[in-house]
Design a protein around this ligand. Structure first.
Ligand code: GLY
Ligand code: MN
Length: 354
């Protein structure tokens, strides 16, 4: 069964039509990486409307939908809906208000429904990775791991955060990455207390931690890893923080398996960090799923109650951040199975001192 057929099975039986416009949902369902396109799904057929830039590759790659060259898009949508007697179409929550208003204004014969029906059905389908998707993410992570080994030879006092970020990105490209999974984070010394610090011209100094959060993109799929390394000898509190984060990381990971809830894993990590005296120093969630997007549902968060099904990939990324001093985060990806999990990240987690 192709992805569009699987989606039809997930939608309510009385669904008349659905329209998929947002980039990664469209990419997922059509299997075409493109910056444009409209997927129209009807009960027994589907159309992929795409402009001339992509028509050739679309005809070769799109699975489960008839490919149509885009002309006057809204007239084409109107015509296809009326040809199939469709007067009601589900929209994704991910589209913009402008896109929704344009559909309503230009395709008057159709009632466009903007609730979460379509988005949550696609989300659920995307959460369970197919073997090929898992392989792509593992291959992207292998590049990420290899870049980590190389960057250890590059980091030293006097090198800037921006230079480390550039070297990581260039190395991943050289190793075959199509691009970056997200903007690379490199934070040294006091900048480490900002979980999503932007790499700066600050020069790395002896006695500092350097946190790197980065990933490769391969065939549309993301990898995600964070490592904190020490440059020269670090102090006792830094070591204690590192050990606490590692303990939180390993303990929450050990409890992962299909059927547990994300907030349960988050609590295991959070309790360890808080009991060590760092309440208030771990503000973000324990982790998230990922795939074509760097952040996908489900999440492992104190603020949500998401079931983790077999076949989903989750990050485990606790951290401790102390303003004005330093920060530590350790992040791996795991594949959730019925019995437990498979660790997808190969890089060393013990504190590395350069
Ligand atoms: N690695 C970036 C993030 O998970 O937000
Ligand atoms: Mn992450």
């Amino acid at each position: 069964m192709n992805r569009i057929e699987k989606l039809r099975n997930k939608l309510p039986a009385n669904t008349k039509g659905a329209i998929v416009i947002s980039d990664t949902n469209r990419e997922y369902l059509s299997k075409l990486l493109s910056s444009a396109g409209t997927l129209l799904i009807f009960p027994d057929t589907a159309y992929f409307i795409i402009d001339s830039r992509y028509i050739e590759v679309a005809k070769k790659n799109v699975v489960g939908a008839e490919v149509i060259l885009q002309g006057k898009l809204y007239e084409q949508i109107s015509e296809l809906c009326s040809r199939h007697g469709i007067d009601e179409v589900l929209c994704e929550e991910e589209i913009s208000l402008a896109e929704y208003n344009a559909l309503k204004a230009n395709v008057g014969s159709v009632h466009f429904i903007a609730d979460d029906t379509l988005s949550s059905a696609i989300q659920q389908e995307r959460a369970i990775k197919e073997p090929k998707e898992l392989k792509m993410i593992c291959d992207a992570q292998a590049i990420t791991d290899a870049a980590f080994l190389e960057i250890l030879n590059f980091i030293k006092p006097g090198v800037s955060e921006k230079q480390v970020a550039a070297e990581l990105e260039y190395t991943m490209r050289k190793l075959g990455a199509d691009g970056l999974a997200f903007e690379t984070i490199v934070a040294s010394g006091t900048n480490g207390s900002m979980p999503h610090a932007v790499p700066s011209d600050k020069l790395i100094q002896n006695g500092e931690f350097v946190t790197m959060d980065y990933g490769a993109k391969l065939c549309g799929y993301c990898s995600d890893m964070t490592r904190t390394v020490a440059v020269g000898e670090v102090g006792e509190e830094q070591k204690r923080i590192y050990d606490t984060v590692l303990n939180a990381h390993l303990s929450s990971m050990a409890a992962a398996k299909a059927g547990v809830y994300g907030d349960y894993l988050d609590k295991i990590a959070r309790d360890i960090i808080y009991e060590a005296g760092y309440e208030g120093c771990f503000g973000h969630s324990l982790g998230h799923s990922l795939g074509l997007d760097i952040h996908e549902k489900p999440m492992s968060s104190y603020a949500r109650h998401d079931l983790l099904p077999a076949g989903t990939i989750m990050t485990i990324e606790p951290g401790i951040y102390i303003e004005g001093k330093y920060g530590v985060r350790i992040e791996n990806m795991i594949f959730i199975t019925e019995k437990g999990y498979k660790n997808l990240t190969g890089s060393e987690r013990k504190l590395i001192t350069l």
